[in-house]
Design a binder for this molecule. Structure first.
Ligand code: LLP
Length: 437
């Protein structure tokens, strides 16, 4: 794919030498709102959701897309996806509260946590949020909570670990015998039999094999195994599945040489296989569910940062910017690549190799390693691309740097949807005991 087209797919374009995002001038935004800032493109979120939904609808109508809230829990993002008809997958009661805050009803929320506490389980029961259990002991605790509260037992599902995982980094591969998630194949019959015995009457199944999967064939083995497990389960114990959830993981092209995930292959490897089973078998018509986070949100956002210091130590050139791993931790944590481009195109300048680094006091604070960019000058601006998934949500206060603002672009207009934190926020919740005063 041509580089300009790759950029255009992300709604980025140079006009008169200035980078525009969603048709808005990035330098004007940086100057109006200050830097660093996260900038979110509303239309991109809507487009990604609609394309994916259309792909699913074209094969199997009973489907739902649950947005993985952990990727981006900004209230405006949740509102946008809610207005598109999405459902929501949460990993904590905090994320569920964020969904409630914007009016998402409990029947559109899944709670896929792990290592659930009794408080988590009780919360799900009381608020009628569907829960994906992670092991058999949690089922017994959940059942007791229902019995103690004298409430009718709702649908139940287990996260099944199909052992074939995939993902962009070992930290994000979530299937395999040595991985903490879900129940393995040989526990599945026991889990669902026990659920039946304890009085649960409605069932579903769940997998999530990992995150950042750009080659859809990486799902093949896990899906095959999952469907075999499901066939065996429904043969051995007489239950009907209301839904079969295939988790998230769909990747996006972070590097200019990468093409977008081929939805056609995803369709064949995941959706068609599911549909074959449903048409062949005696499964009824379960809902087909997926839980993408990154796919829907990553390309919706850029970070605008300012170059503070350009430095040459005689061996290496560094471009020091005001966004470090406090603002975006993915490069430091996973070695992830985020493309970095200048807001001023500067094609006439010499191309120079820089390490683009943040202001955090650690050598690992490198946002982009050995990037060849037209010569950078202090006080100019850069854009860090594809920051909408696991970006702001993983940012921190490290080095006591308050978190950034977030700006939403909708139809060419900009809105500040999150106020930047202040120094006051750094100490707001701290108390100094009397003897230290
Ligand atoms: N469902 C479950 C149960 C999950 O655990 C996750 C992600 C998803 C869905 C969504 O996965 P996605 O479609 O976004 O790949 N911080 C890492 C990613 C961690 C993903 C954790 N689980 C990163 O920055 O790459």
């Amino acid at each position: 794919m041509e580089y300009a087209e790759w950029l255009k797919n992300k709604d980025l374009q140079y006009k008169d030498g200035i980078l525009h995002f969603a048709n808005v001038n990035t330098i004007e935004m940086a100057e109006e709102y200050g830097t660093p800032i996260y900038v979110i493109n509303e239309e991109m979120i809507r487009k990604m959701y609609r394309d994916l939904k259309q792909t699913l609808d074209s094969i199997y109508e009973r489907n739902s897309i649950y947005f993985a809230v952990k990727a981006n829990s900004s209230l405006s993002v949740l509102k946008i996806l809610n207005s598109e008809g999405a459902s929501f997958d949460c990993t904590s009661t905090g994320e569920i509260h964020e969904c409630f805050k914007v009016g998402i009803p409990p029947e559109k929320i899944f709670f896929t946590g792990n290592m659930f506490t009794n408080e988590d389980l009780k919360f799900a029961v009381e608020y009628k949020v569907h829960i994906n259990l992670d092991c058999i002991s949690q089922l017994r605790r959940l059942s007791k909570i229902y019995d103690d509260l004298e409430l009718e037992k709702q649908a139940i599902s287990f996260r099944i670990n199909p052992e074939f995982g995939a993902g962009h980094h070992s930290h994000t591969i979530t299937a395999g015998k040595m991985i903490k998630f879900g129940i393995l194949e040989d526990q599945v019959i026991e889990a669902y039999s026990l659920a039946k015995e304890l009085g649960f009457k409605r069932f579903g199944t769940h997998i999530h094999i990992g995150s950042g999967i750009l080659n859809a064939y990486d799902y093949e083995k896990a899906v095959e195994k999952y469907l075999t497990i499901i066939t065996h389960l429904t043969d051995v114990i007489n239950i009907k599945l209301e839904f079969i959830d295939f988790g998230g993981g769909l990747g996006i092209p972070y590097r200019p040489e990468e093409d977008p995930l081929d939805l056609g292959i995803y369709k064949d490897v995941v959706v068609e296989r599911f549909k074959d089973l449903v048409t062949r078998g005696d499964l009824g018509e379960p809902c087909f569910i997926i839980e993408p986070g990154r796919y829907l949100s990553a390309e919706s956002s850029i970070i605008l940062a300012q170059i503070n210091t350009v430095k040459d130590n005689g061996y290496k050139k560094f471009a020091g910017i005001n966004a470090g791993f406090n603002t975006l931790i993915r490069p430091t944590m996973y070695g992830s690549y985020h493309h970095i481009i200048p807001c001023l195109e500067n094609q006439e300048r010499d191309r120079i190799k820089y390490d683009v680094v943040g202001p955090i006091c650690e050598s690992g604070d490198v946002i982009g390693k050995e990037r060849v960019i037209p010569e950078l000058k202090e006080e100019e601006y850069l854009a860090i691309l594809d920051a909408g998934a696991y970006g702001f949500v993983m940012s921190s206060l490290y080095n006591s740097r308050p978190r950034t603002a977030e700006i939403l672009i909708s139809n060419g207009k900009t809105f500040k949807i999150r106020q930047e934190e202040t120094y006051e926020d750094l100490y707001r919740n701290q108390r100094i005991p009397e003897h230290l005063k």
